[in-house]
Every structure is written in structure tokens, then in C-alpha cells.
Design a protein around this ligand. Sequence first.
Ligand SMILES: [Zn+2]
Length: 286
Amino acid sequence: MKRPLNLGAGFVFVLYLALGPFVYPRQPQALPMASWSVQDIEARNREGLHVVGVSAARSGSGRFLPDLKPLAPSDIYTVGSRAEGDLRLKFATTIYNAGRGPLETRGARNPRTGALEVYQYVYEGERAAKSRPVGTFNYNHRHGHLHFDEFARYELWSLGADGKRVARVAENAKVGFCLMDIKQMSSDRTHLESGLIERPGGPVYAGCRRDVQGISVGWGDEYLALLYEQDLDLTGVPSGNYALVITSNPEQQIEEMDYRNNAAVAYVTLEGEEVVWSSEVAESGS
Ligand SMILES: [Zn+2]
């Protein structure tokens, strides 16, 4: 079933312009400030991982790695116009952790460069062990909070008559995220089949902090379509059929269980300045 979303898109945009500063979901002051220390977080995760630790010890692997997976992009609409040169495709992104351990990143100021360098911490048995450097936290964007660099990539591909991808026509290659537990994802097959799902019972990572950010097992980080950078430039893109592809951890800086499930696709049709899409044919990484 086609689902035209041109209705209301302009209204949503105007609403965002009017109310954006007030409805903005991730302003630090709008969040319950994360008061847990890094030690608190570690202790709580250790408790949650205790059960799976038994089977991990049996299989000989004591490392609890995350596994990032995006949902197919949703809430797709256009804003702007070709005449103004600002026609954009807007969409929502959710990236979740289907792995056996939390994605945990910790920032540390490099005194020489001043950069907030970020290291991944991997839970190994009784402790979170400092692992590899994965990038930086910075403010080089318009969200007003710390982002972990290059957490996602957004692409639009033209499709041939056979439905195969032909050429990339738009790209946002280095999308930063504030890594947070935003919503619980309880239906993932990996979780259910593994029998290893250990949800901490509430959000652990919150607040776009510089000392620690992450995504717990069974939790997703959601970026709404109305946010800055949640879009692709359509100005030079003609009418036609396209694949909208979201890739999590595109540079594979973050160590995960599996990199083959890091992309998800929605198929859209651009008709003039409007987009129609069907959520029913969307594919999620599996
Ligand atoms: Zn942000």
C-alpha cells in the first residue's frame, strides 16, 4: 500500500521552525540528567551481564560485544523546493544494539590536541576493559550537544528497472549521534533466539555526556526526522525510484559482533518534489 506523506510535511516543518527549540527532544536540560557515575554504570552492567557470563564462559568467550543494527528509515517526507535549491528528504533513524554487551564509549581529553578522544569499552567478565580508539566527541553540528562522530551514513541510490541499485545520488557520510538509550527494542530475533537478552531495566546511558555515552543491549537510539542533518539533499535528484540506505558504524570503528547487519533500506518514489514510500516493503538488516 502506498502511503503518501506529502500531506502535512510542510506543516510539520513550519511547526518545527516555530517550536523546534521547545520540542527539541535532546536538549540537555530537557533530559533527566544522568547522575550515575561511570562506576555506577559499570556495576549495573556487570549485574545485567552476570547471567550471560555463565554461557559465555562455557563457549570460551568472555567478551560481551555490541551488535549495531538500524531499523529501516521511517517517517519519510520532503521539505523545501527545487526552486529555492533546498529540497530535502527527511526521515527518522533508529539504531539499536542487538548484541550481547553494551556499546559503551568514554571520552578523554587529549591534552596535546584538546580533542575529546573516544575509546570503546568492552565488558569482559568482571570489568569494562578499555578497547580501541573509535573517534571523537564534538560539537561540529547544530544539535547543541556532544556527538560521537561518524556513527551513521545516509545514502540515496537510484534503481534500475530490475530494482537493483544503479548510482548513489545523495549522501550524508558522517552523521554524528549522541549515543543514548532512547527506546526499548524487545522484538529483535537475535535477542530472542540467543536467549541472552539482559535488559538493564531502564535507560543506563543518558545525557550526551563527555565522560560516557552508549547504547545498552536491547535499546535503540532514535533520531527524529525533524532534526538537523536527518536528511539528504534532493535538489538535483529527478523523479524516480530510489533506495534510502542507512548504515550504522559505517567505518567499523566500533567493534561489533557482526558488521553484515549494519544497513537497512526503505524504497521511495520521488514524484516532482514529493515522495511516496511504502513501509511494507522496507527491509531491515538481518
Ligand atoms: Zn544530536
